[in-house]
Design a protein around this ligand. Structure first.
Ligand SMILES: NC(=O)C1=CN([C@@H]2O[C@H](COP(=O)(O)OP(=O)(O)OC[C@H]3O[C@@H](n4cnc5c(N)ncnc54)[C@H](OP(=O)(O)O)[C@@H]3O)[C@@H](O)[C@H]2O)C=CC1
Ligand SMILES: CC(=O)[C@@H](O)[C@H](O)COP(=O)(O)O
Ligand SMILES: [Mn+2]
Length: 477
């Protein structure tokens, strides 16, 4: 539903001038007509080239095209002022931190569109007013009167209110509106349609909403041009930066760090009694409730292993997880010569968000750096797969591919909700998700997965997870 007298956005079927996307830096000895520097490339015609292989005719042994690759020359920055950005999930943890970054960098970024579910209307109206956003989208149509009233209270007489879009497709519409970059900071696989719409409309996608990639991997891969996706998840932004240190042929493995969550060191038996409050007490990051519970079960790390596989085209057996309680090192790449390149900052998502919005440029003072005059301890431990079986289960569904990751994620989303509502014990989350994945059996779709396949598998998984949760609740009563 559009609440605007004259919609100013452009739908996916009528995008504004298509955005250019990345091409690779030329390797030594490459065709001299290929630009060899970013500056050259900015002035040249952009084509969707297959990324350049390593020099000297060596082959990587890896697929030629990864969704995210720091060796690509990313979309040139607009020369005529700040980059137009749409923020999906603007009222959440990612969204509010992105807005902090935008407000501190008005010369670099300008917000044109915002979207949220509708749970924090006053905040959304305040954001729209402060940022002078053109469009505000809410999923919940029932909050539109409240939103209009909040906006009216903030805008002066004669000052036109922003366009209001409302309904389940509102975020998808704003994702396709005219902008340079879309930051997807929505929680959950409901973010899939906006991810696909942003890609289809030719926007650069700064991707925090990992769920959309995980449930729709082949769909995202089919739509995304090289250089169209920049990862915002801290581990993947770290890998992106570390991968710049070598060629794909030089990569031996990706090492994804995990804080271990609030229950690090506990046994499965210990976990039987933990509360929602305990699970929400993340040791290092302040995040929305779903990802925080996912960090406690380590499902977040499982999702991130699949995310790393999809973004960087590295096989699962070359993606390792290591527990690093301080969350200083956000992930690492081990190269074939034995060198490991780590990306490190104090935990603060404004760093990775700045990579997502600003790349190929770094945003000065995006987030605080380390103070090396103070002593600090950096620890690394192996993962306890018995207490936290979720990473292995995620590897399994990632390898099955097709609808399997969507089933895993949807069942988990339902179980997290049930746990938060007191209807499922903590260990019940993984027990239920495992059972739903097992019952799903052989996935459908493969590389020709469709949106309908994903939605059907999700509906089935959510229904089955609710049935199993209800049985658990009955048995406990
Ligand atoms: N927070 C973090 O540090 C990190 C988060 N991520 C990922 O980023 C994403 C966002 O996480 P986070 O910011 O923590 O989550 P939050 O719960 O803090 O925020 C979620 C946002 O999504 C909005 N939203 C929910 N449902 C819809 C919908 N149907 N349509 C439009 N908007 C909707 C919410 O609106 P409303 O306020 O109205 O409910 C809110 O703005 C997740 O995928 C998470 O895994 C990844 C790495 C780090
Ligand atoms: C900040 C971020 O990227 C989160 O995904 C974070 O990684 C969660 O911490 P865990 O390592 O505990 O899952
Ligand atoms: Mn992460």
């Amino acid at each position: 539903m559009s609440d605007s007298p004259a919609p100013r956005g452009h739908g996916p079927e009528a995008p504004s001038a298509p955005r250019r996307h990345a091409r690779t830096l030329a390797a030594p000895g490459a065709d001299p007509s290929t630009p060899s520097t970013r500056a050259d490339a900015r002035h040249g015609e952009s084509t969707h080239l297959t990324p350049q292989g390593p020099p000297s005719g060596r082959t990587t042994g890896l697929p030629a095209r990864a969704l995210a690759d720091p060796h690509l020359v990313y979309d040139p920055l607009p020369g005529d002022g700040p980059k137009d950005v749409v923020i999906l999930g603007s009222t959440g943890s990612i969204g509010t931190q992105a807005i902090d970054l935008v407000l501190r960098n008005p010369d670099r970024f300008r917000v044109t569109g915002l979207s949220a579910n509708g749970g924090r209307v006053a905040l959304l109206a305040e954001q729209a007013h402060r940022l002078k956003a053109r469009t505000v989208a809410v999923a919940r149509e029932d909050v539109v009167p409240q939103l209009r009233e909040a906006l009216s209270g903030l805008y002066g007489t004669g000052e036109p209110l922003p366009e209001i879009l409302a309904g389940p497709d509102a975020a998808t519409q704003v994702a396709a509106s005219d902008a340079h970059t879309v930051l997807n900071g929505i929680t959950g696989s409901i973010g899939l349609a906006p991810t696909l719409a942003a890609l289809e409309a030719g926007r650069t996608l700064a991707l925090a909403n990992k769920e959309s990639l995980i449930v729709g991997g082949p769909l995202v891969k089919a739509l995304a041009k090289p250089g169209q996706i920049i990862p915002v998840d801290s581990e993947h932004a770290a890998l992106f930066q570390a991968l710049a240190s070598g060629t794909r042929a030089d990569v031996r493995k990706l090492v994804v760090t995990a804080s271990g969550g609030p229950f690090r060191g506990r046994t499965k038996a210990d976990l039987a009694q933990v509360t929602v409050e305990d699970a929400l007490a993340h040791p290092t990051w302040a995040m929305g409730p779903v990802i925080t519970i996912n960090s406690a079960t380590l499902v977040n790390k499982g999702l991130e292993v699949i995310e790393a596989h999809l973004l960087y085209d590295i096989p699962f057996d070359r993606i390792e997880v290591v527990v690093h309680p301080q969350s200083y090192v956000h992930s690492m790449v081990e190269f074939t010569d034995g060198s490991t390149i780590a990306q490190a900052t104090p935990p603060d998502m404004r760093g990775p968000i700045a990579i997502g919005l600003g790349w190929p440029e770094r945003v000065p003072d995006a987030a605080p750096a380390f103070d090396w005059s103070k002593a600090s301890t950096w620890e690394f431990f192996p993962l306890d797969n018995d207490a936290f079986p979720s990473v292995n289960l995620a590897r399994h569904v990632g390898q099955l591919a097709g609808t399997a990751p969507a089933v895993f994620n949807a069942a988990n989303e339902e179980c997290v909700e049930a746990f938060r509502a007191g209807a499922l014990p903590f260990n019940g989350i993984m027990e239920t998700v495992t059972r739903v994945v097992d019952e799903h059996g052989t996935p459908r779709g493969g590389t020709s997965l469709t949106v309908a396949d994903v939605l059907e598998a999700e509906t089935w998984a959510r229904t089955r997870a609710r049935e199993l949760t209800a049985q658990t609740a009955e048995a406990r009563a």
